[in-house]
Design a protein around this ligand. Structure first.
Ligand code: NDP
Length: 614
């Protein structure tokens, strides 16, 4: 059994969990059985660390932490960055696994990490040849470290803990700051600090049930869409009343496929129009920022004009209603072909352009989750294009077709109140998404997930054909609601929308510009990556307030369909499952990114989506 290397009371350098930063710590005790040192950081945090996460002070060039107003230029000049990086937005970074760390070491690039947060003592790794070779600015295994860190301080009472966190991390309202200068120096710090370096990675932690799960999903997702559409056509769409299967040849219609191709072509043309501003996405881990044209809302207006012209010339839009199944089949075939193309081209993509979550080396898994992060043909970004345009605008067009079909089939002079509500609520949702198109650039879909079957099918088939289910249902199953009920449902939708929009805007604005004066009253916990975690406002209410708002709206979309069948509630049930799963994925990523700061955020904001419930 190896003897302990560091004595009680010895001042050494201890690694901060989940990061590559070392801080001055004092050894307070040693556990002979677990071979763990209990160390105390200067801020009072006590952690149990493995010996491999502790270094003697002599192996570091030591520097006291700078004030938060230390100049960014000085910081950047002292940082040398590795050329070897993983794809994906740094903010969505994943903790490196042992093998990833090994790859990084092999790369033999010097990485010096730095942060200027109000954490105890800042050290720069001394790039002596010996040390560089061994650690390369990165300890042997971050993965191992994270599991070896036992957070002793969790024993503290929550209130005391929060108070301590507030003091420890200078958690404060910027409104309270007396000097404006100080505020700006802090903001500068946030803008200037670069996230932790990453290297090209292999995806080790498989999501969605791994290879078997993703294989099943590739079969299950299209089957679900067809089942739902068949059910909706049933006179009695109860779960036990399984619909008769249509003849296979009736599912394919060449003309319908032509319309689908035309639709994509039209949306692609709108996307390429040189109207709308061009913005930069969040930095990739290479530091590069991709450019995106923000013209989704214009595409919507142009599409609306085109549909208006078609209607003016007596085009029967309820053709969509009559052939909805064939449209879904054609869209699914298109999305499958697109996924195959995406996977094939991803095989030639450089390693640094692969998605952090879709690089497992398993064909089926990478095919499903998406192998390449930002596949582009020239400046045409395939994922960004599909994310909000053909599917989302297509959803509104299908809804409109259902409204017209209802009027025609039931010989109505105006649509039913239920249909009006469903159409209006969902139109608001789509217009909002397109109006705030820039916000999509900070979502998990763009920054973390690759473009594969999951997003191709989701964007192009699932969204337009499943999300329009309520309108489709109402055509075959007229539902009468009273004005007071309609008013109550509208209020519910407005509440959901308000929460959804203000929470998303609050976070997006904070991420894009932490110095935004409109956010001056918000408090945040700084993290070792340089980004803050909001703990007041919507993000102090629950950890995913935007999901809460979205779910409330989903309920409001189903309620106009009455309570005769569960089918129109499929969306809200599925959506809760989706967002609970998505929330868990995001929590996992955030825990890896922010380590202890995330745990403290969770202590401060204990509920994930539903206050006092979950
Ligand atoms: P979110 O917009 O919820 O973003 C999650 C990220 O926000 C985290 O990874 C973290 O990223 C950051 N974050 C978390 N907590 C905080 C905090 N306290 N302070 C500041 N930043 C924080 O992710 P999604 O992409 O999942 O959702 C975007 C929107 O899209 C939501 O409104 C959702 O409801 C909606 N949506 C709709 C779907 C649909 O089918 N209709 C499907 C999926 C989502 P970082 O720190 O790196 O910035």
């Amino acid at each position: 059994m190896p003897s302990r290397k560091f004595a009680d009371g010895e001042v050494v350098m201890g690694r901060w969990p989940g990061s590559v930063l070392y801080y001055e710590v004092q050894v307070t005790s040693y556990d002979d059985v677990a071979h763990l040192y209990t160390v105390k950081y200067k801020d009072g945090t006590e952690l149990a660390l493995k010996e491999s996460d502790i270094r003697s002070q002599s192996s570091f060039k030591h520097r006291k932490s700078q004030s938060s107003s230390s100049s960014p230029s000085r910081r950047s000049s002292s940082r040398s960055r590795s050329r070897s990086r993983s794809p994906g937005r740094p903010a969505k970074g994943r903790r490196r696994s042992a093998s990833q760390s090994r790859e990084h070491k092999e790369d033999k690039k010097k990485t010096i990490q730095e942060t200027s947060l109000a954490l105890p003592v800042l050290v720069l790794f001394k790039p002596s040849e010996n040390n560089t070779k061994r650690y390369n600015g990165e300890p042997e295994s971050t993965e191992k470290n994270a599991t070896s860190c036992i957070i002793l301080e969790q024993k503290l009472k929550p209130d005391l803990e929060i108070k301590r966190v507030l003091e420890q991390y200078s958690l404060r309202s910027r409104k309270d700051d007396k000097k404006k200068e100080e505020i700006y120096s802090e903001k500068k710090t946030f803008a200037a600090v670069k996230p932790i370096e990453k290297v090209p990675t292999k995806t080790k932690e498989l999501e969605f049930g791994g290879r078997i799960g993703t294989f099943m999903l590739i079969l299950l997702l299209p089957a679900t869409v067809f089942y739902l559409l068949l059910m909706c056509k049933q006179e009695d769409p109860s779960l036990l009343n399984f619909p008769p299967l249509p003849a296979v040849e009736s599912l394919w219609d060449g003309r319908v496929f032509g319309v689908i191709l035309l639709w994509f072509f039209l949306q692609a043309v709108f996307y390429l129009l040189p109207i709308g501003k061009v913005v930069e996405g969040l930095p990739l881990s290479s530091g590069r920022k991709l450019q995106y044209r923000i013209n989704g809302f214009y595409a919507f207006i142009l599409t609306a004009a085109a549909i208006g012209v078609l209607l003016y010339f007596q085009f029967e839009l309820h053709y969509l209603y009559d052939h909805l199944m064939q449209f879904a089949v054609s869209a699914a075939a298109f999305s499958l072909a697109l996924s195959i193309y995406l996977y094939a081209r991803s095989l030639k993509a450089p390693e640094e352009e692969l998605a952090p979550g879709g690089n497992s080396g398993y064909f089926i898994y990478d095919f499903f989750t998406g192998h390449e992060l930002n596949p582009r043909i020239g400046s045409f970004d395939l994922k960004y294009f599909c994310e909000l345009r053909p599917g989302l605008i297509g959803w509104v067009v299908i809804n409109l077709a259902m409204l017209l079909a209802e009027m025609k089939i039931h010989n109505l002079s105006m649509p039913s109140l239920s249909m009006i509500l469903v159409n209006s609520f969902q139109l608001l949702y789509v217009v909002d998404a397109l109006w705030n198109e820039e916000a999509v650039l900070t979502t998990m879909d763009i920054t973390h997930d690759g473009f594969g079957f999951m997003l191709a099918f989701g964007d192009l088939v699932w969204v337009p054909f499943v999300y329009s289910l309520q309108a489709f249902y109402l055509v075959g199953h007229p539902t009468t609601i009273t004005w007071p009920v309609a008013a109550a449902i509208t209020v519910l939708n407005c509440i959901g929308y308000y929460i959804f929009r203000s929470a998303n805007s609050q976070k997006n604005n904070f991420r894009r510009n932490p110095a935004d004066p409109k956010l001056a009253n918000l408090k945040f916990i700084p993290t070792a990556t340089g980004k803050g975690l909001l703990v007041t406002g919507w993000w102090g209410f629950v950890r995913h307030p935007n999901y809460l708002g979205d779910i409330i709206m989903a309920l409001a979309w189903s309620l106009p369909c009455g309570f005769n069948h569960i089918l129109p509630y499929f969306y809200v049930i599925y959506f809760i499952c989706l967002l609970v799963h998505r929330e868990a994925r995001d929590e996992h990523h955030c825990k890896q990114k922010y380590g202890l700061a995330w745990e403290r955020y969770c202590q401060r904001v204990p509920y994930r989506i539903f206050p006092y419930i979950y």
